[in-house]
Design a protein. Structure first.
Ligand code: TPP
Length: 200
């Protein structure tokens, strides 16, 4: 899957959604293709990937066939795409997948499965929650095989995350390290929907 394939996939889903063919929420990506492709260069087949409500790109880059991802979206499951056979899991709850990702990393460490990593994606508002702070602190202190990817589109639905917290620089913004990748992007899509039928 290259940049063009990713963009075309989301455009097709947007058009199906706007035509009323998808009768459940969709959360689309746009503008972060180069960054997410770069991250996935390090993610191997045996690694686990945990996501939120916006996960089409992760599923495609983890190797789930395009048609399988599309079928699940058409069935109304875009918001919580799970493909256990491809080791990818999503939750529509803010913070919902983070402790599960940490538990998976703990299990890998206890079982000494050294060749497998966990990657946990979240938005920048999610990264400011208590659950994210605790999970990241625990993972660092116990040196778990997990890497957190924080994707900053500057908004929590329609609210400015930095204004909400009176914080010019967010908690995990800064130099990336062994445990954190923080990157910023700007999308053309609304938080949910595709700009016509239902959006917010
Ligand atoms: C427990 C819970 N509370 C509230 C929501 C509603 N909600 C969905 S996305 C979101 C904002 C998340 O912002 P961010 O983490 O920055 O992710 P983004 O969608 O901007 O990538 C909220 C509050 C939810 N899904 N789960």
């Amino acid at each position: 899957m290259n940049k063009k394939d990713l963009i075309n996939f989301e455009e097709e889903i947007a058009s199906l959604f706007n035509k009323g063919k998808i009768r459940a929420p969709v959360h689309l990506y746009q503008g972060n293709e180069d960054k997410i492709i770069e991250i996935f260069k390090k993610i191997n087949k045996q690694d686990w990937v945990f996501c939120s409500w916006r996960s089409h790109y992760q599923c495609l880059l983890k190797g789930v066939p395009k048609e399988e991802v599309k079928d699940e979206i058409l069935s109304g499951r875009s918001i919580s795409l799970c493909f256990p056979e491809y080791k990818i899991y999503s939750s529509a709850l803010v913070g919902g997948s983070i402790p599960i990702a940490v538990g998976t990393a703990m299990s890998l460490k206890l079982r000494k499965e050294k060749s497998t990593m966990v990657y946990c994606f979240m938005g920048e508002m999610t990264s400011e929650t208590g659950i994210a702070h605790e999970c990241i602190k625990y993972s660092r202190n116990f040196d778990l095989p997990i890497h957190f990817v924080i994707e900053d589109n500057s908004l929590s639905v329609c609210t400015d995350t930095r204004k909400t917290w009176q914080q010019k620089k967010l908690s995990f913004e800064g130099p990336n390290d062994k445990f954190i990748t923080f990157y910023s992007y700007k999308s053309k899509w609304p938080h949910a929907g595709a700009g016509k039928r239902i959006e917010f």
